[in-house]
Design a protein around this ligand. Structure first.
Ligand code: FAD
Length: 506
């Protein structure tokens, strides 16, 4: 079995759906997006092509679905799009469940418009039947799914690939430039930036989404329902017609953490596109100058939760930015700064997680960081707080508390205070390992965009990843220091505290 965290990740297996393609461009994009996870054969008696939607919660610009449809059309089979939600993923809470279910409702409605078969199965309790997917996969010609290194997706996919008898292919729909293009871990933004820049225009060419040529028969539909129900009576959720209240009711039935409530930011591809267009009008025209201005919070897109759940494609966001920049009066510098965040930094994080075996461990940090940590691990910390004080935003630092408050109440922290938030945890914990663990715990528990390759990139950057040595200070060693008391030189700190404190802490 292939390990998707392996350096030698075999992107581009020759028949990774590519035999079904009729356009050179799509083939060129699909091959370096696709990984064969088990080397098994296509099942000749398969009844459909299964696309298992895990981290790309949309139907447009979804490369896994594209590969599934093109393969199905070639072999004259229908396509089944299956999404499930379990109560068992790390930090499962009302916050994530609500955002995911709101997104799935948009997907269900979109599927209805396209005539695609989409089914969503909710396992409410840990004891509920956990073999729905296995039974569906047992009838499939091939399974396509999403390539995603974090949030447990990689492990779930590997386990399925081992268990089932047909081929399982994972396809990257995260990156604008296919991640398989870069066969090694990139060591800094400066190394991946020019490579992405060279390929970006081609990667952004729009690709027409095909539809399946073979529709599901009523008999197959009915037998799929039976297959789903066979192990304990689960049935697909009728999401397309569900109200917000009905979604909240479903979430309340689930065996998850109800102490982390839903936030006001709405999930789904409709809200994602609205947010994107709103940002193009308001934020993009000043992005270069205003993106660090956490005081008003309007300088950045707040698209990261939608990008994390794949409710909008990064390519779509970038094409919108390019198309609208003239109308909204954004400068070259504004556009370029935004493109850099969405491509270089985001795709560097994805590359890191896909190409590094222990991407979220201290042991994966560069040698100079290992040396500096070893030298400074026993330095006395200026302040120590228990995790509860951090979690409840009750430290002695008003700015830090405000950023933790923003995280807990809104499910996100503005990027500039987020860097300070992470860096400060280094000063307040027993050692680097505790700092790392607590950063992941707090970020992934509360952030809607948490458990993402960017979570790993951001947290590991706080610990020295992709950076160079910066002098030699107590506790920091050579790691780039950032301290909250200098933040007022960068943004309106009092404005930020006032803005964030206006929201209710749970
Ligand atoms: C300690 C720490 C933890 C972080 N945890 C996460 C996380 O859990 N999830 C997450 O998506 N990002 C994380 N980041 C990166 C960054 O803070 C967020 O991506 C960004 O603030 C999201 O806000 P936005 O959508 O308004 O960004 P915008 O400025 O509007 O940028 C647009 C998009 O570009 C990408 N982007 C922007 N900045 C970065 C960056 N520094 N690194 C990688 N991609 C970037 C994001 O996808 C973002 O949505 C973290 C950073 C730090 C320092």
């Amino acid at each position: 079995m292939m390990d998707v965290s392996d350096f030698s990740l075999p992107f581009g297996c020759a028949d990774a759906g590519a035999h079904a393609l009729d356009s050179d461009f799509v083939r060129d994009q699909l091959v370096p997006r696709t990984v064969d996870l088990n080397g098994k054969t296509y099942r000749p008696d398969g009844e459909y092509v299964l696309y298992w939607m895990q981290s790309t919660h949309r139907l447009d610009e979804n490369w896994g679905l594209r590969a599934a449809i093109r393969t199905a059309n070639r072999v004259n089979l229908p396509v089944v799009v299956h999404q499930g939600l379990d109560p068992t993923y790390p930090h499962a809470s009302d916050r994530h469940h609500t955002f995911i279910l709101q997104g799935a409702r948009d997907t269900a409605r979109h599927a209805g418009q396209l005539g695609l078969h989409y089914q969503f199965v909710l396992r409410r309790r840990r004891d509920d039947d956990r073999r729905v997917l296995d039974r569906l996969a047992a009838r499939a010609y091939v399974v396509f799914t999403d390539l995603f290194p974090t949030a447990g997706v990689r492990e779930r996919t590997e386990r399925l690939a081992e268990r089932v008898h047909c081929r399982v292919l994972a396809v990257d729909s995260v990156c604008t430039v296919p991640s398989g293009t870069f066969t090694k871990p990139e060591f800094a933004a400066r190394t991946i930036r020019p490579k992405i820049a060279k390929l970006l225009n081609v990667a952004l060419e729009p690709v027409r989404d095909e539809l399946p040529r073979v529709a599901l028969t009523d008999t197959l539909r009915a037998s799929l329902r039976d297959t789903i129900a066979a192990g304990g009576g689960l049935v697909p959720l009728p999401l397309a017609g569900m109200s917000d209240e009905e979604i909240a009711h479903e979430v309340a039935q689930c065996e998850i953490d109800h102490a982390v409530p839903a936030v006001s930011q709405r999930g789904g591809s409709v809200a994602a596109l609205e947010r994107c267009v709103q940002f193009m009008r308001g934020g993009l025209p000043h992005y270069d100058e205003q993106r660090n201005e956490a005081g008003n919070g309007e300088g950045t897109s707040r698209l990261s939760p939608y990008l994390h759940y794949g409710q909008i494609a990064s390519g779509r966001v970038l094409r919108e930015a390019r198309a609208r920049r003239g109308d909204v009066g954004a400068s070259d510098a504004d556009l370029e700064a935004f493109v850099q965040q969405v491509t270089t930094w985001r795709e560097l994080s994805f590359n890191w997680c896909v190409r590094t075996r222990h991407f979220d461990r201290l042991s994966s940090l560069p040698d100079w960081v290992q040396r500096t940590m070893a030298e400074h691990v026993n330095d006395p910390r200026p302040q120590r707080y228990p995790l509860e004080d951090l979690e409840s935003a009750t430290t002695g630092d008003r700015l830090w508390n405000a950023s933790q408050h923003e995280l807990v109440s809104q499910g996100i922290i503005h990027n500039y205070p987020r860097m300070l938030w992470g860096k400060t945890i280094l000063l307040w914990t027993e050692n680097y390992e505790q700092a790392r663990t607590w950063m992941f715990h707090l970020n992934d528990k509360y952030a809607l965009d948490g458990r993402d390759p960017n979570s790993v990139g951001g947290i590991m950057w706080c610990l020295g990843l992709w950076d160079r040595p910066w002098g030699n200070k107590p506790v920091w060693g050579g790691i780039r220091p950032m301290v909250t008391h200098r933040a007022k030189l960068k943004f309106d700190v009092e404005g930020y505290i006032a803005r964030v404190r206006g929201t209710r802490l749970i």
